[in-house]
Design a protein around this ligand. Structure first.
Ligand code: UDP
Ligand code: MG
Length: 319
């Protein structure tokens, strides 16, 4: 391993004109300190990924890149969502770096943790997960749903690091490994553990967004959560098969009971039970079809294997 690795910090940004001018200098300070102590190479970079912002984000990034050589940026041709923006940055970094850290641009991921991640990398780890110890900055609702979600994912058999989002260090060979995964339905925090190699965690406190608005309202968060489950686990399908079997058995028992009652001339209060069964099974079938449909939808998207991102601009001509 190189003693002075070239580190890239990859930061996806979507409409972040308020917070970027505040956090960019903090990242630069951390990077120059690391360069100063000789832990990383002086060629290290901070690479912003403009995820099709509609505000001044890209202008800010290009201005930063002109001012300081450590800042670089790429711009996607349209908004692709955080996961794809991050992947675009990581795949770009992979061409130049020895190790790469991904972080949010809003200052929620404690920037000082970067140096601890680098220390772990230098100690021989290929993957260093940033794990938040406290979620005090989040609402009680977000904290509870997030923790519950991680538990559900674990129970469904997904290999996932508890309380880890997308703040992590990856060595270049881990990035090479990630490049081998060609899926369009991206859920990076579920994919990274599948790469393998030696990994460790560093804990940090997640704080409040320094400025601007978050981009994950409840509906979008639920969609990401659902994507996570369906791209990491096929257990819901098995669960539905089992549920279907249980209900079929109950239906069979119900039918036998109905026939026997009819034979012994017992007056059945007809329509209530019929309606109940119709509703129950109708709902169950729809649910089962829906879940299977979700997976088929994902297969459809994967089969098309559309590009996961298109880069329209870079702040450099030749690196
Ligand atoms: N982001 C992005 N594309 C999007 C939405 C978000 O690149 O479509 C970036 C955003 O600029 C930020 C990171 O993803 O750097 C996390 O977003 P945010 O802070 O809104 O998420 P939260 O912290 O609320 O989960
Ligand atoms: Mg945030």
């Amino acid at each position: 391993m190189n003693t002075q690795p070239n580190l890239w910090i990859v930061i996806p940004c979507y409409n972040e004109q308020e917070v970027l001018p505040l956090t960019a200098p903090l990242f630069l300070k951390e990077l120059t300190q690391l360069i100063g102590t000789g832990k990383i190479s002086s060629a290290s970079k901070i690479c912003f990924v403009n995820d099709g912002s509609t505000d001044k984000t890209w202008e800010i990034i290009t201005a930063l890149a002109q001012e300081y050589e450590q800042y670089e940026g790429i711009s996607l041709s349209r908004n692709q969502g955080q996961q794809h923006a991050l992947l675009a940055g990581l795949m770009e970094a992979r061409k130049h770096c020895d190790a790469c850290i991904s972080a949010d641009c809003d200052g929620q991921d404690d920037i000082h943790t970067i140096s601890r991640m680098v220390t772990e990398y230098l100690a021989g780890y290929d993957v260093v997960y940033g794990v938040h110890s406290k979620r005090e900055a989040d609402t009680v609702f977000k904290r509870m749903t997030a923790e519950g979600y991680y538990k559900v994912l674990a129970a469904l058999g997904a290999d996932i690091v508890l309380n880890h989002a997308d703040y992590r260090l990856l060595s270049v060979r881990a990035l090479d490994g990630l490049a081998e995964f060609n899926e369009v339905n991206l859920f990076l925090r579920g994919l990274v553990p599948l790469i393998g190699y030696k990994s460790t965690t560093v804990t940090y406190e997640r704080s409040k967004r320094m400025a601007g608005e978050g981009h994950y309202p409840l509906a979008k968060m639920l969609m990401l959560a659902f994507d996570g489950i369906t791209s990491l686990s096929t257990k819901p399908i098995h669960f539905i098969v089992v549920l279907g079997m249980v209900f079929s058995l109950m239906g069979l028992i119900g039918s036998i009971w109905a026939i026997v009652s009819m034979c012994i001339d017992y007056a059945i209060p007809g329509w209530v039970s019929i309606i109940c069964f119709i509703c129950l099974f109708g709902g169950l079938q729809l649910m089962a079809l829906g879940v299977i449909g979700e997976y088929i939808g994902k297969i459809y998207l994967e089969v098309k294997s559309r590009p996961r991102f298109i880069i329209s601009e870079r702040t450099w001509d030749n690196l």
